[in-house]
Design a protein around this ligand. Structure first.
Ligand code: CP3
Length: 365
């Protein structure tokens, strides 16, 4: 079952390893591309619309969230929209005191550091998702044949903000907790997996066609810690949506050493849902060459990535050579969706992004 759009959208074909529903190889009409953080501060129309509204309030205003989601699709002709929201929205919907401070990031009124803090976390009621459902429905109605990607923060990244109470570089708080007090860590990560998984499910039920789990800070974990304390929680988040039949994407930064474990987190949820023949799509950051990523996760794994965001500000011929190299390196994977290796930097010239999309669509295969 694919909600929202037809199965032959180029993006969904690549996410499915270029296979159609009946298993036949399908040549997509064009090479698909979208950009993480394509909606946001690089766009003047975004900055204008956001004036006077806080980040989280704009996410919870269905009309505004939908309009912001659509802006980059209209401007750049990308092959997917990503729902405009934030990984901390499920916390806000549950009633946790959280804000996004401009130039800083998510800040909690009360960090979550003890067993008692975790036990006191509020329950996220299903009704709270109403503004998300409405925003997704409005967006899908406008998008026509362009798929909408839903997303959520992975339990580790979400819990990292909850324990630290604000952005941090080394994520010492959550990494200490998983060893010093593993029971409290498991309870917190389970809470996070539940709200993230249900946030993704709400988006897919309202018409989104794929879901991406962002474990942006998982690169701070060694393999043993990821395997013992994190992987099962990310699998649990994916399990909330694996039965819906849509592609699942798993992305993090600095995750070259744990890429196979991240794939396994998604694949175990797919297998539990009877989808042993489907592979999680692995999002690769700019540090790891895509051919090397395929060597690590297997040729049956569709990849997403991994244009270096730094090169968006380099001379055009340097950027063009890099984009062509990324396409060449991704050719050995079962499917490949072009994207950046992390989000669009706010200072990016949006005309460069449009030109990158035109370049990618002009290259034949
Ligand atoms: O286009 C898209 O990719 C969709 C929108 C999106 C946002 N946040 C909007 C946003 C997505 C997918 C996210 C996810 C998110 N939020 C992540 C995972 C992705 C990643 O970048 O690794 C993380 C870690 C967060 C937490 C967060 N929210 C941070 C670190 C910040 C930046 C704070 C700052 O001002 O530097 C935010 C705020 C945020 N989320 C903005 C946007 C457009 C900027 C808010 C603004 O316009 O002022």
């Amino acid at each position: 079952l694919i909600t929202g759009v037809t199965a032959d959208a180029p993006l969904l074909n690549q996410y499915r390893g270029s296979r159609t529903a009946d298993g036949a190889a399908a040549k997509p009409q064009r090479r698909p591309v979208w950009f993480m953080r394509q909606a946001g501060r690089s766009l003047p129309e975004y900055r204008k619309l956001r004036e006077g509204t806080t980040m989280l309030d704009s996410c919870l205003n269905p009309e505004m969230a939908s309009e912001i989601t659509l802006q980059p699709v209209r401007r750049h002709d990308v092959d997917a929209a990503i729902f405009f929201s934030d990984i901390v929205i499920p916390l806000r919907l549950a009633g946790v005191d959280v804000e996004i401070q401009p130039g800083v990031g998510p800040v909690l009124g009360t960090p979550v550091r003890s067993a008692a803090d975790v036990a006191a976390l509020p329950r996220l009621e299903e009704e709270a998702f109403a503004p998300i459902t409405e925003a997704v429905q409005r967006t899908v109605a406008e998008l026509g044949s362009t798929p909408l990607i839903g997303f959520a923060g992975a339990p580790f990244t979400l819990a990292a903000y909850m324990v630290e109470g604000r952005p941090s570089r080394d994520h010492l708080g959550p990494r200490t907790m998983m060893h010093a007090d593993p029971q409290t860590w498991d309870a917190l990560a389970s809470w996070a997996a539940d709200v993230s998984g249900r946030f993704m499910r709400a988006q897919l039920m309202a018409g989104a066609s794929a879901a991406q789990l962002f474990d942006s800070w998982a690169g701070s974990l060694g393999r043993a810690d990821y395997a013992a304390h994190v992987q099962k929680h990310s699998a649990a988040a994916f399990s909330h949506v694996a039965d819906l039949g849509t592609p699942l994407v798993h992305f993090g930064t600095g995750t070259g050493e744990i890429l196979d474990l991240m794939k396994n987190a998604g694949d175990s949820a797919l297998a539990l849902a009877g989808r042993e023949n489907d592979s999680t799509v692995v999002g690769v950051d700019y540090r790891l060459n895509l051919a090397e990523a395929t060597a690590r996760v297997g040729a049956e794994t569709p990849l997403q990535g991994n244009i270096d965001p730094a090169l968006l500000s380099a001379p055009w011929d340097v950027l063009e050579d890099h984009v062509r190299e990324v396409i060449g390196d991704g050719a050995g994977a079962a499917g490949h969706v072009l994207n950046l290796g992390h989000g669009v930097p706010p200072e990016t010239d949006p005309e460069v992004l449009t030109r990158v999309v035109e370049l990618i669509h002009s290259i034949d295969y």
